[in-house]
Design a protein around this ligand. Structure first.
Ligand code: ATP
Ligand code: MG
Length: 445
């Protein structure tokens, strides 16, 4: 294993002072998988005061001294160094009541969640792997360290972490671990939203997200309860070949692995069941479901403590996930004024995102083919590219006149804003060129 130079330095300085020290956890797992670790965590027999002494000449941040963690900054990069510890009792099923420092690596590894996360390595000792994590890595397995049910009872977040790692690495979940996490899933309701958020978004973006969502829908339903009735729900609509949950999972698989986009697809049809009406032929209709889905998206975003910008983007995408992308005549929107009005409403980025959502949502009905929808998407994107290359006017800012020009032309108060809006629409519809004289003479008319 090749360590980054600052990590080697930190390890050797601890060792020179008589302490043992290893890289541990996710970085060891990733390095063994041949993936570049995104951060390197260190564990050591030194207690925080001793670390502070060893690193007295370096910039350190007291991130979590109580839990034994000191952040040491080397070449502007932070590294977390944590004392070997065991966790006390978990009376709240969330965090240990206390932690206890120990001088033994194996005890520290035993408190970790999964065997693949419970390995440590140092240049002079090589790999420490008391729970056979390396074998589970080779077998593509997520397995609890110790007795699974007890470990999920201690900290219910581990339930979601198991699904997250299985999704990200496309691993199976070892049967006893899988049975225990299904049983303990209701405990997820006790876990803080912000802890859930991280794991859920990573799960949704994992390469095996679809498989995990199909295998463990009830676990997801502990986080988003509106999912439960979707499982196996027959939409009784001739445009849909799949049940509502299968449609949702296909929708997620069909969009790029971007957290808010994947979350949009998870939630986009959650409002359907509340919106359902049935016609005399027994066909299900879902008019207005987008509004219900948006409400559920807002509630979910709040429960997950999403930041405001992400929450608003999510709600906007959910609410508009199936806006018409064709003109009235039925032609695929290569129509200029249609596209300009869409750009005005959504902006370029969200409009392109809505195109992606639209393709995925349609393919996920089973009623059309991937090839057909890919071709349509390509056509839409190309039309947008060509239009944007002309630097067209689609916002008030782009208009060749502004409020002051209209006031100078004699307009007052509310009429100014209304006139600007009317001019913008006329320009987008190609009725007036975006030139100052033409716009002012339009006003005089
Ligand atoms: P990532 O690559 O996403 O950072 P990671 O395995 O490093 O994955 P972290 O959340 O950074 O995950 O945690 C670092 C290590 O701490 C884990 O590898 C694991 O050994 C341990 N750990 C983290 N969370 C828990 C938990 N809830 N219960 C037990 N051990 C945990
Ligand atoms: Mg990590």
């Amino acid at each position: 294993m090749t360590l980054p130079a600052p990590v080697s330095t930190l390890l050797s300085r601890l060792k020179e002072s008589g302490f043992s020290a290893y890289v541990v956890g996710g970085c060891v797992r990733d390095a063994l998988l041949g993936i570049a670790p995104h951060d390197w965590d260190i564990c050591t027999s030194a207690i925080p005061e001793q670390m502070q002494e060893v690193f007295h000449d370096l910039h350190t941040v007291e991130t979590g001294l109580k839990h034994g963690t000191l952040t040491v900054v080397v070449d502007h990069e932070p590294y977390e160094v944590t004392t070997f510890r065991v966790d006390g009792d978990y009376t709240d099923h969330r965090h240990p009541d206390s932690v206890c420092f120990v001088d033994n690596l194996t005890e520290d590894l035993a408190r970790r969640d999964f065997t693949v996360n419970a390995m440590a390595w140092s240049p002079d000792t090589g790999l420490a792997d008391p729970f056979n994590g390396q074998q589970d890595l080779a077998d593509n397995l997520i397995r609890c360290v110790g007795e699974a049910e007890k470990r999920f009872d201690e900290d219910a977040l581990r339930i979601l972490r198991a699904l997250r790692f299985a999704s990200v690495y496309d691993f199976a979940i070892e049967p006893a671990t899988s049975a225990a996490l299904r049983k303990m899933a209701p405990d997820l309701s006790r876990v803080a939203g912000e802890r859930i958020r991280e794991e859920l978004l990573k799960l949704l973006c994992g390469k095996a997200a679809g498989r995990i969502l199909r295998e463990y829908p009830e676990v997801l339903a502990e986080i988003v309860p509106e999912i439960r009735p979707m499982i196996g729900y027959d939409q009784q609509n001739h445009h849909h070949s799949y049940d509502l949950w299968e449609h949702t999972v296909r929708g997620i698989e069909g969009v790029p692995a971007e957290p808010i986009l994947r979350l949009t697809m998870l939630l986009h049809d959650t409002g359907k069941i509340a919106a359902r009406t049935t016609d005399e032929k027994g066909e299900g209709h879902y008019k207005g479901h987008q509004k219900y889905s948006e409400q559920i998206a807002r509630k979910t975003a709040e429960a997950l403590h999403l930041d405001n910008a992400s929450r608003e983007r999510l709600c906007n995408l959910v609410l508009h996930h199936d806006i018409p992308l064709r003109t009235e005549s039925g032609a695929i929107n290569t129509d200029r004024s249609f596209l300009l009005r869409r750009l005005n409403r959504f902006g370029e980025e969200d409009l392109r995102t809505l195109f992606l959502i639209h393709r995925s949502d349609r393919v996920a009905t089973g009623y059309t083919t991937q090839e057909r929808e890919d071709a349509r998407l390509k056509e839409r994107m190309a039309a947008l590219d060509a239009l944007l290359a002309e630097q067209p006017c689609f916002t008030l800012k782009d208009l060749a006149v502004n409020g002051r020009d209209l006031i100078a032309a004699g307009l007052k108060g509310k009429a100014v804003g209304e006139a600007l809006q009317a001019l913008l629409e006329a320009v987008m519809d190609g009725k007036v060129p975006n030139e100052k004289d033409a716009l002012l003479s339009e006003i005089r008319k």
